[in-house]
Design a protein around this ligand. Structure first.
Ligand SMILES: [Mg+2]
Length: 190
């Protein structure tokens, strides 16, 4: 069975940091207002503001209002019949005191995944920020820097606010193919 690594945030669901940022700022930003991976970088200018925001999110659950992307459930269910599915997702944030809060983020993500994908094998949840150490047949991620392994023949970049500016040429150089939806993924893998 072919092995597939599937990222969680901004691939399976929105990670909820937009909601937290809007709650914090009492703003109405939408995700397309941002281009930086860490969205707060685009709107919080001083270090003090960022530290205050990180302080605010420490005990919040980013998955409380997270929404599954269209087709994610159905496609992952079908992939799980055909592939050896691993969820490969980062939870630890080692900035401004969030290191201590990261354990809670792990739990939030784990709870979110078992609630929405009860058919997945929890022994195949891999929580790591270092993704270039794995061998697999397929990897799906929204972060281009996570798709750099030469050991993975099929690498799919899930279109997201922070990767839209990457050109086809840049993707081609790293043997990465862009997908815009779970329907695109189904077409390639199912
Ligand atoms: Mg992601």
């Amino acid at each position: 069975m072919k092995k597939i690594l599937i990222d969680c945030d901004e691939v399976i669901c929105d990670s909820g940091f937009l909601n937290l940022l809007n709650d914090y700022l009492k703003s109405n930003y939408t995700i397309d207002d941002f281009t930086s991976y860490f969205i707060e970088e685009d709107v919080l200018e001083s270090e003090e503001e960022k530290v205050s925001f990180y302080d605010y999110i420490k005990d919040k659950n980013p998955y409380a209002k997270a929404v599954l992307y269209e087709g994610a459930y159905e496609t992952i269910k079908a992939l799980n019949e055909k592939y050896d599915v691993y969820i490969c997702s980062s939870c630890a944030i080692d900035i401004h005191g969030l290191k201590e809060a990261s354990g809670q983020f792990f739990k939030n993500k784990y709870d979110f995944l078992i609630k929405h994908f009860p058919f997945l094998n929890v022994n195949k949840f891999v929580f790591t920020g270092v993704k270039n150490i794995f061998n697999a047949d397929v990897q799906i991620d929204d972060k281009f820097s996570h798709l750099q392994s030469e050991n993975i023949p099929c690498k799919l970049l899930f279109t997201s606010y922070h990767n839209k500016m990457l050109t086809e040429e840049e993707l081609k150089q790293k043997n990465v193919v862009r997908v815009n939806s779970w329907a695109d993924i189904a077409k390639i893998l199912l």
